[in-house]
Design a protein around this ligand. Structure first.
Ligand code: NAP
Length: 248
């Protein structure tokens, strides 16, 4: 498999971090985007370099257009992008819609939807053949919540991920003729820090017991699916929504 240069949004922790490490094990160059946690991002960069691959970190809020444009511009200094993982995402404490504030809804859709669209746009601008790009693979990180709707908990988050599924389907059709494949993974309950940020650190471990496989997933299991979609092994997949849920 040929070496690639990939940019991962939200790669300082969780699923993005696992993708960075797995990509490094394949010898791919890795650009680590993050929001606040510079120490965690540097640790990922150091680990990637220890594995013999090139890596840089670039801070930037995916919800801000100027940040996204800068992140993609700086990323290209490591080499033309072959792959982009649009992974950065947030969740908020469980609430019914009737109790959600405008501020919560705004930030949820700014990060999870607007952020994904801006990153997908910048990825397309660099990768499409009609603008001099080499083509490549974009993988978006959706959620199985897009199917369940997450009533009384995360209906905002679920809707934001529904938008990711639709973006994946539409953009795959736009970019297929340009040599860029666009796919998404839809994880189920994955044991990362995102649940603590929503005030429920043990959520994945607790709810994971009720899945057909009887446990939550780990970030590395989602990363395997993402790496496959980034790689040439999935060369006839585009517009695919790949569930990684333990059977939910
Ligand atoms: P996580 O452990 O909380 O990590 C989130 C990552 O995103 C961190 O690197 C964080 O950077 C970064 N980030 C957050 N907001 C950002 C922003 N505005 N701009 C740039 N980076 C930002 O989350 P995770 O569980 O790995 O989730 C990754 C993706 O998988 C998300 O899209 C999530 O919705 C999706 N997902 C997760 C699960 C699950 O059960 N874990 C299930 C389905 C889908 P800092 O370290 O700087 O804060």
């Amino acid at each position: 498999m040929t070496a690639k240069t990939i940019l991962i949004t939200g790669a300082s922790r969780g699923i993005g971090r696992a993708v960075a490490i797995l990509a490094a094990q394949k010898g791919w160059s890795v650009i680590v985007n993050y929001l606040h946690n510079d120490v965690a991002a540097q640790r990922v960069v150091d680990m990637v370099r220890t594995l013999g691959a090139k890596s840089i970190k670039i801070q930037g809020d995916v919800a801000r257009e100027d940040d996204v444009i800068r992140v993609f511009r700086e990323a290209s200094t490591l080499g033309p992008l072959d792959g982009v993982v649009i992974n950065a995402g947030i969740v908020a404490p469980p609430l019914a819609l009737v109790d959600m504030t405008l501020e919560r809804l705004q930030r949820m859709f700014d990060v999870n939807v607007l952020g994904a669209y801006l990153c997908a746009r910048e990825a397309a601008r660099q990768m499409i053949k009609s603008r001099g790009g080499n083509g490549g693979s974009i993988v978006l990180v959706s959620s199985i919540a897009a199917v369940s709707g997450s009533p009384n908990e995360f209906i905002d988050y679920a809707g934001s991920k529904g938008a990711i599924d639709t973006l994946t389907k539409g953009l795959a059709k736009e970019l297929g003729p340009q040599g860029v494949r666009v796919n998404a993974v839809r994880p189920g309950l994955i044991d990362t820090e995102i649940h603590a940020n929503a005030g429920q650190p043990d959520r994945a471990r607790r709810r994971g017991l009720n899945t057909p496989l009887g446990r939550p997933g780990c970030a590395e299991e989602v990363a395997e699916a993402i790496i496959w979609l980034l790689s040439d092994l999935s060369s006839y997949n585009t517009g695919t929504l790949l569930d990684v849920t333990g059977g939910v």
